[in-house]
Ligand binder design. Structure first.
Ligand code: ZN
Length: 629
């Protein structure tokens, strides 16, 4: 018996055999079972998702002598004739090629005559949007006054091009693309019934390459079987598709995360020399990056993915920012590939762009690596960069220029993944460490999780610390790979509690006050007795709503921490003579505006402007530059 291509041999002959499209099949079977039939159906969807297959099954169901719940029997004369394409009343027209039909218009005009052997005359018109205008007109004539015995089943990949007059007379079904999982399980099913040996990874590649089209998947499978001499092997499929070995992609992403340009170029060369397609390299990278992002956000999702260990490893090597940026670069690089001088240059440039724009990641701060020592035991080494980024943020107050209190807070932080911008000098200081790390990485090249999946089981407890950061002097070295944020609040000048300092103190402790913040803003300083550490405050109307014990206790607590001694807060009745920080800020704002308006009034240019436009200065738009520092 001649070899029949898989796509044809395994074309479903019943609704039950269809993969996916449950929403369409369910609706059609119900309508058939209950006899609620429409005279025209339009099936839309991309190529190879089952439009013609569903149309043929529907044609059988309509004419079958023993239908069961809308399902054709597949055995009666009608079913057999339709399956073999010899049924005179079922006319299949491919509008794209017009195969076998010389005059579509004439055929459609014959629709009015009764069927000769079946119950219905069924017109299956594939790629219906390609019909000529005269053919559409002939069809419309029948559609407008449909005879009982005529059914149209139209299929198209491009419903936009079908005339509205036709669309409005059809019951439309949108077929969905198959998911890679649906394709994969169908390929497995086919191969098992064909008794053909296969490798699971080969089917993974095929089902992704099919892009949601079952017909394409089966055609590719045919090719793979032919190339693999009756077997479906991963290597054959990879070569056939120009697909990329994932291990190369993992290695590539690792050197990208490290920012190692030389290793990167070597990796790219290695991938391309394997015969991988340029677009596929970027495609595969994007896919891996998407999975890494998932693992970073939802660590449990790793269990559903292939190569869980490798993905977990990469998720630790890259910061979420890096993953996002690399993903963007990859898909843009793929899009720009046709514009590149040549495809290899396009891929190279995409890699270099990732390197150039690379935000600092895990490796730049702290690298945990598996290193093979001579006695073959894996030792985990933490190399930490001891540099500290100092963030100096002067606290600005809305104080009139006449008396300025310069208060600045100096915070020293450990470099974190979030610290995307680093002073250049500091970055330069980091370079030697990076080289060291990189050379260490290349030495331990044997130990990537995707090269030796057993590494995580043989990991032993012995931990050595290299270059312990200064803030970890006293403490035991942590084994965890997470980057720790260490905040060192350097000596902040503590202001004495007096009326002048009060607004600045309130502003300074505001972040710690949380809910008690509003109370403090509306608390006027009355007096402070140094010997009893008693602070007397009056709460203005605005703060009354929240004048409650917990808030006052909170204020006292934060103030005590600020002053380094226990402060007791005592409330007095509100007198209108006192000024709260809130009132002071308002007053200063008003004063600044008044001052600004006064300056404008004396300024010749400003006067000319207001005369020219016959206008006044809007007070709320006046900002005095010198009022804030
Ligand atoms: Zn039948």
């Amino acid at each position: 018996m001649a070899y029949q291509v898989l796509a044809r041999k395994w074309r479903p002959k019943k609704f039950a055999d269809l993969v996916g499209q449950e929403h369409v099949v369910g609706a059609l079977r119900n309508a058939l079972a209950q006899g609620r039939l429409h005279h025209a159906y339009l099936l839309t969807g991309t190529r190879g998702v089952g439009k013609t297959t569903i149309a043929r099954i529907l044609a059988k169901s309509l004419n079958c002598e023993h239908p069961n719940q809308g399902e054709p029997c597949g055995e009666c004369g009608q079913c057999v004739q339709i399956d073999t394409g010899r049924h005179v009343d079922v006319v299949e027209i491919d509008a794209a090629s017009n195969t076998g039909i010389d005059n579509i218009r004439e055929v459609l005009e014959n629709a009015q005559y009764a069927p000769s052997m079946g119950r219905y005359k069924v017109y299956i018109i594939d790629e219906v949007h390609m019909l000529s205008k005269s053919a559409f007109n002939a069809m419309l004539k029948t559609l407008e006054e449909p005879p009982e015995h005529v059914k149209f089943i139209l299929a198209t990949t491009d419903p936009q091009k079908v005339p509205v007059t036709v669309l409005s007379r059809c019951l439309q079904f949108v077929l969905r693309n198959m998911t890679p999982q649906q394709v994969l399980s169908h390929l497995q099913y086919v191969l098992e019934h064909e008794h053909i040996a296969y490798q699971g990874d080969a089917l993974n590649l095929l089902s992704r390459a099919a892009n949601g089209s079952m017909r394409d998947a089966l055609s590719l499978l045919d090719q793979a079987i032919a190339l693999g001499s009756g077997q479906v092997q991963e290597a054959t499929v990879r070569q056939m598709l120009g697909a990329v070995d994932r291990q190369f992609v993992y290695a590539l992403l690792e050197v990208l995360a490290q920012g190692n340009a030389q290793a990167l170029m070597q990796q790219v060369q290695a991938i391309l020399s394997e015969g991988a397609g340029f677009a596929q390299v970027l495609q595969e990278m994007a896919l891996v990056l998407q999975q890494v992002a998932m693992v970073q956000l939802l660590p449990s999702s790793v269990n559903e993915l292939q190569d869980a260990v490798a993905l977990q490893y990469l998720a630790q090597q890259m910061s979420p920012e890096q993953v996002q940026l690399f993903y963007q670069c990859t898909i843009h690089g793929k899009k720009d590939l046709p514009l590149a001088p040549d495809e290899q240059a396009g891929v190279m440039m995409t890699m270099l762009r990732m390197l150039a724009l690379r935000p600092l990641g895990m490796n730049d701060v702290k690298t945990t690596q598996q290193v093979v020592v001579p006695n073959q035991t894996a030792v985990q080494i933490e190399a930490a960069v001891p540099e500290v980024v100092a963030e100096v943020e002067p606290v600005a107050f809305a104080t009139p220029a006449t008396h300025v209190h310069a208060v600045s807070v100096v915070e020293a932080k450990a470099p974190s993944p979030e610290t995307a911008t680093m002073p250049t000098s500091l970055q330069a200081a980091l370079e030697p460490d990076m080289d060291e790390v990189n050379s260490m990485l290349s030495d331990s090249h044997e130990d990537r999780p995707w090269e030796d999946m057993s590494w995580h089981e043989t990991q032993i407890e012995s931990v050595q610390a290299a270059d312990t950061p200064p803030w970890e002097d006293e403490r035991p070295v942590k084994k965890s790979e997470t980057v720790e944020m260490v905040e060192v609040v350097a000596t902040t000048p503590v202001l004495a509690l007096n009326a002048d300092n009060w607004p600045h103190i309130v502003q300074h402790i505001a972040p710690q006050l949380s809910v008690a913040r509003m109370l403090a803003q509306h608390a006027a300083f009355i007096g402070f007795d140094d010997s009893s550490a008693q602070l007397q405050l009056q709460i203005a109307q605005g703060g009354k709503l929240i004048e409650e014990r917990p808030y006052i206790a909170k204020l006292a607590e934060v103030l005590s921490a600020y002053c380094g001694r226990a402060i007791h807060v005592v409330l007095q009745d509100w007198q209108d003579t006192a000024e709260t920080p809130h009132a002071m800020a308002l007053r200063q704002e008003q004063e600044a505006i008044a001052q600004g308006l006064a300056i404008l009034a004396q300024d010749a240019t400003a006067q000319q402007l207001s005369t020219l436009f016959e206008g006044n200065w809007l007070p709320e738009s006046v900002h005095l530059k010198s009022s804030s520092h």
